[in-house]
Design a binder for this molecule. Structure first.
Ligand code: HEM
Ligand SMILES: *[C@@H]1O[C@H](CO)[C@@H](O)[C@H](O)[C@H]1NC(C)=O
Length: 322
């Protein structure tokens, strides 16, 4: 009888054991799919690799997708859901609209993974692996990715608008946004080193290159040539976030900041006479400390409120709920 069991010490102990085991289940682990999908990592890697061979920037775009997923209600694949007539997702939130890219590559990875292990691997985990592989392929350090996330059945455009920091943010705003998610100031600086790869649109840096004084003059001039001052003209023209090596995952981003060559207002905030100057200098002088802090910070970011156990689902198609 259920009731008799409730009051027995043995049953309470068993119950406790189930709760404890159940909650330890709710943790990510590096070997989560080692039995259920032994070829997962090589399958993702080869699809990411061919996408980057086609277009080096794609590595940057995939890395950014993971960030934009994790910063909005956790790393749960919510970013990947398409809008429909009855559902508003995150793809048209301000930080993503006309900017987030690589969704077609995520689809390719997902189909390759579904071919080898149907219905097993979440889209949220695919983003985590693709981000790691992108960094490694472009010359950064690799790390062991924790896995076991499940996919959300919800998304939030307003949480994306409020949760992903804007390039107009000042240092305090950046620090507090990261801190709200359990990421330290050092994590903020290390993770911002992602801007050693990839591109930004004129609209994201126009105000900085025309109106700010903490910018190298010749750098500003160069950027102005392909980003007209008038709002609405050339808004989508691209410029590299790292003026030196935009397809190499190195520490040039930090060297640029020290020389007032940060492209975004938010980039230069990290080296503008404030508390993070010394961290930026440190990473600029010591690539291996950047690389190892970056890897740890990516693991921390990947731990932001995942869905685990029986929460959420394993989507069949990353663009829609099952
Ligand atoms: C610290 C606050 C951050 C701000 C304000 C910020 C803002 C931006 C902006 C405005 C762009 C250009 C978008 C466009 O114009 O289309 C961009 C690009 C990018 N961001 Fe960030 N970002 C931040 C942190 C991060 C983090 C933590 C990562 C990764 C872990 C990241 C990865 C990237 C990458 C790789 C690109 C280039 C994407 C591409 O070329 O497709 N960013 N970011
Ligand atoms: C620069 O600042 C001036 C004065 O605030 C403003 O009118 C102008 O629109 C700004 N230009 C850009 C490109 O942001």
């Amino acid at each position: 009888m259920a009731c008799a069991c409730c009051f027995s010490k043995l049953c309470l102990t068993l119950l406790l054991l189930v709760v404890v085991l159940g909650s330890s289940n709710a943790q990510l682990s590096t070997n989560f799919y080692s039995n259920s999908c032994p070829n997962l990592l090589s399958t993702v890697r080869s699809t990411v690799s061919s996408a980057i061979n086609k277009e080096a920037r794609m590595g940057a775009s995939l890395l950014r997708l993971f960030f934009h997923d994790c910063f909005v209600n956790g790393c749960d694949g919510s970013l990947l859901l398409d809008d429909t007539s009855s559902f508003t997702g995150e793809k048209n939130a301000n930080p993503n609209r006309n900017s987030a890219r690589g969704f077609d590559v995520v689809d390719n990875i997902k189909s390759a993974v579904e071919n080898v292990c149907p219905g097993v691997v979440s889209c949220a985990d695919i983003l985590a692996i693709a981000a790691r592989d992108s960094v490694a392929i472009l010359g950064g350090l690799s790390w062991n990715v924790k896995l076991g996330r499940r996919d959300a059945r919800t998304a939030s455009q307003s949480a994306a608008n409020n949760g992903i920091p804007a390039p107009t943010s000042n240092l305090n705003q950046l620090i507090s946004r990261f801190s709200a998610l359990g990421l330290s100031t050092r994590d903020l600086v290390a993770l911002s080193g992602s801007h050693t790869i990839g591109q930004a649109r004129c609209t994201s840096f126009r105000a900085r290159i025309y109106n700010e004084s903490n910018i190298d003059a010749s750098f500003a001039q160069t950027r102005q040539r392909s980003c007209p001052s008038a709002t609405g003209s050339g808004d989508n023209n691209l410029a590299p976030l790292d003026v030196q090596t935009p397809t190499s995952f190195d520490n040039n981003y930090f060297k640029n900041l020290v020389n007032n060559r940060g492209l975004l207002h938010s980039d230069q905030q990290l080296f503008n006479g404030g508390s993070t100057d010394s961290i930026v200098r440190g990473y600029g002088n010591n690539p291996s400390s950047f690389n190892s802090d970056f890897a740890s910070a990516m693991i921390k970011m990947g731990d932001i409120s995942p869905l685990t156990g029986s929460s959420g689902e394993i989507r069949k198609n990353c663009r829609m709920m099952n």
